[in-house]
Design a protein around this ligand. Structure first.
Ligand SMILES: Nc1ncnc2c1ncn2[C@@H]1O[C@H](COP(=O)(O)OP(=O)(O)OP(=O)(O)O)[C@@H](O)[C@H]1O
Length: 282
């Protein structure tokens, strides 16, 4: 496997406060990696270090095999994209004119504009002035701009915070398509649905350390209760052991035609986070 990002014993101390302590992880080529944590966990600090905007106090952070601190140099601009809150656009210009400027900057054909606007469902609005866009549309233009040059690696800091579910879904769709085209994605979020929807693996950051790291599916299984829930026609929900000891009950409910649905008692990523840390993700 090819490590696109490699982080070893990373620490960041602001004054006398440790924001990150002994953080270790790798991000493999082609994956969408989610960095989950509540406010103040150290997510933005990590993105800033990985994109060369901030220097760590100790430890190693390499991106494409080079020290992350070197990514600040203009020659690496084409290789990765960063989307943060303060990604400015020219408000008096249209969406299309904004993207035209970036095509020149990245030396990308303007044909790509149509493709990226399609990916974020903004084809119809391309002539609209940026000042007149809703927040969700604005966020989608920022994403479209980051997609123009098909970066090998894209960093997103809470890409859908404060967006409604419809706009979030459009951003997720754009990210999935970009990932299919080969872009490795590193995103921070405190939205567990976002993590479940688009991430191949997630790391739970709490108090400056990674508490868990795996595929969402595996984490849910690891923390699942050994029981299944049977929903009955009379409205009751019965929890039955998932092993042989529950088999007779399950058979009886089916045999007497009482079952509406049966599902495993798997926790959400949010449930797991609360169990692990005693804190909610938001
Ligand atoms: N420039 C700074 N100077 C001092 N402390 C800072 C600075 N930037 C961040 N911190 C502190 O470091 C810790 C981690 O902050 P960070 O912004 O990385 O968290 P976060 O997980 O991104 O939070 P949020 O979800 O609210 O954006 C916090 O306790 C924060 O107060």
């Amino acid at each position: 496997m090819e490590h696109i990002i490699q982080v070893k014993s990373l620490a960041k101390i602001y004054g006398n406060q440790a924001a990150l302590e002994d953080v270790n992880f790798t991000v493999e080529k082609g994956e969408t990696f989610g960095f989950l944590g509540p406010s103040g966990a150290g997510k933005t600090t990590t993105i800033k270090i990985l994109t060369g905007q901030l220097l760590q106090t100790s430890g190693e952070a390499t991106v494409f095999g080079k020290p992350a601190s070197s990514l600040n140099k203009p020659q690496y601009r084409r290789e990765f994209g960063v989307i943060t809150d303060n990604s400015g656009l020219y408000s008096r210009l249209s969406i299309e004119d904004n993207l035209n400027l970036y095509c020149q900057l990245y030396q990308v054909s303007t044909k790509r504009i149509g493709e990226v606007l399609e990916m974020v469902s903004l084809s119809e609005e391309r002539k609209k002035q940026v000042a007149k866009l809703s927040k969700g549309m604005f966020q989608r233009v920022i994403l479209a701009r980051a997609l123009l040059h098909k970066p090998a690696l894209l960093f997103l800091d809470e890409p859908t915070s404060a967006l409604d579910p419809a706009n979030s879904a459009l951003i997720h769709q754009g990210l999935r398509e970009l990932n299919k085209e080969g872009t490795t994605i590193f995103l921070t979020t405190h939205d567990m649905n976002e993590a479940e929807n688009i991430c191949d693996r997630v790391a739970f950051l709490h108090q400056g350390r990674i508490q868990l790291l795996d595929q969402p599916k595996k984490l849910r299984r690891q923390f699942a209760e050994a029981s299944v829930c049977i929903e009955l026609k009379d409205g009751r929900e019965i929890n039955v052991p998932a092993g042989p000891e529950g088999a007779k009950d399950i058979y009886d409910y089916f045999a007497s035609d009482q079952v509406v649905s049966i599902h495993s008692n798997e926790p959400t990523l949010g449930d797991i986070f609360v169990e692990l840390t005693g804190r909610k993700l938001v």
